[in-house]
Ligand binder design. Structure first.
Ligand code: SF4
Length: 405
């Protein structure tokens, strides 16, 4: 989602004369679009600002803007901690970045914009065409979250669930396909909670997928990230009716223990999660899945952890993300007693070994096999190309005659 926002920020600032540069000392303005999901991400922002300061020791200071969820969560504290920052803009306000920059140059006063705006950001963004011309492009269709998992900051930094107008999304998809996109990844913090009403009609994520499936030059459709609770029948049926929907889903489970899922306020249990996978596999036999896991959630016992391992082995995830619990300020879980850090690390290593072996076993099945790869780009200064299989597995291959896309 930050990648999408970053591209849109670029679309906006290019209207007031900015261009991208890869030469850091050439830049007049740095925008650090940030993530707040883990503590490390916040510290990385300050580290990066430290590096910018160093580059510019002997030059004029550039304009430094922090946007995204760290900006939202820390707001004016950021400028108090690091006076090199000139502007702090939350994820709901970045559509104003062009005007804010012009204002800054007029008034030379630090700017903080972290309120949740009443005006719809996406209505404003519609006036700036999406200029991404990548083979695989993202479209944000939904933002925010009403689920309030006890460990997560998203409901506080991105606000309540919001769904973009259906037609706006389809128009953006056509724009992208007309400029060469072959794969669209629909994005949302809870992408499958997409729920839009217009003229007495209710549009769900399934309606968007069905509409995109009819675009001739589009080859692949994906969506991420989903909550198990919102895997409704109409969405599951898209795996039957929409041939462009890839047979791969990232569906975070977080833990294999019902006790921990309850304590996390995840609103699903293991049995329900398994039932979704079974339903999709009944429709699409080659369907595969990946997930997110939190290890060492407060109160997690050895027995709870073993249940996670059992679930992992049972499902055979082909690719997953796993982390030790990171307490985020302001969330209910941050007030609980932390588990022993050393034990957490041992557990994480054990889980990651199993997940890596599952991924490796899955990849081994492709040795000396042909498979369809959507080629995205040529690697810099090489005769190699990069693409992905339908399961998102990266593939790098040699070719002297290949057209990405
Ligand atoms: S559903 Fe996802 S985004 Fe929402 S609170 Fe839970 S983990 Fe965070």
């Amino acid at each position: 989602m930050n990648e999408y926002d970053t591209n849109r920020i670029f679309d906006i600032v290019s209207t007031i004369g900015y261009k991208r540069t890869e030469v850091k000392t050439e830049a007049d303005c740095f925008v650090l679009n940030t993530c707040h999901i883990r503590e490390k991400a916040t510290e990385k922002v300050y580290d990066e600002i430290g590096r910018i300061k160093k580059y510019f020791r002997n030059f004029n200071k550039p304009l430094v803007i922090v946007s995204g969820c760290v900006a939202q969560a820390e707001s004016e504290e950021m400028i108090k901690r690091e006076s090199y920052i000139d502007m702090v803009i939350g994820p709901q306000s970045y559509y104003k970045i062009g005007d804010l920059i012009l204002n800054y140059y007029r008034r030379k006063k630090k700017i903080i914009r972290t309120e949740f705006e009443a005006v719809s950001k996406f209505d404003e963004l519609e006036t700036f065409p999406n200029t991404q011309n990548k083979i695989s492009s993202n479209i944000t269709i939904q933002e925010g979250c009403d689920k309030f998992c006890n460990f997560c900051v998203v409901p506080y930094t991105r606000g309540p669930e919001y769904s973009r107008p259906f037609k706006q999304i389809i128009n953006e998809a056509y724009q992208l396909v007309n400029s060469g996109t072959k794969e669209i990844i629909l994005l949302g913090q809870n992408v499958n909670a997409y729920n839009y009403f217009e003229n007495n009609k209710n549009y769900k994520l399934s309606a968007i997928i069905e509409e995109l499936n009819n675009i001739n030059d589009l080859k692949r459709i994906r969506f991420t990230t989903s909550h198990p609770k919102d895997m409704t029948e109409d969405l599951i049926n898209c795996y039957k009716s929409c041939n462009k929907l890839m047979p791969f889903l990232h569906l975070p489970v977080q833990s294999g223990s019902d006790e921990i899922l309850k304590s996390m306020n995840r609103k699903h249990d293991k049995k329900y999660y398994l039932s979704i996978i079974k339903k999709i596999k009944n429709i699409k036999r080659d369907f595969k899945i990946s997930s997110d896991f939190i290890v060492g959630y407060p109160g997690e016992t050895e027995k709870n952890f073993d249940e996670t391992i059992e679930l992992v082995n049972k499902i055979g995830f082909i690719n997953s993300y796993s982390f030790i619990f990171s307490p985020r300020p302001g969330t209910p879980a941050s007030e609980k007693n932390m588990n022993n850090e050393k034990d957490n690390q041992i557990k994480l290593r054990k889980l990651q070994n199993i997940l890596e072996n599952l991924q490796f076993d899955n990849n081994k099945k492709y040795i000396e096999k042909y498979c369809e790869v959507l080629v995205e780009n040529k690697l810099k200064n090489q005769t190699k190309y990069f693409g992905r299989t339908k399961y998102m597995t990266p593939v790098i291959f040699e070719s002297d005659d290949c057209n990405p896309g």
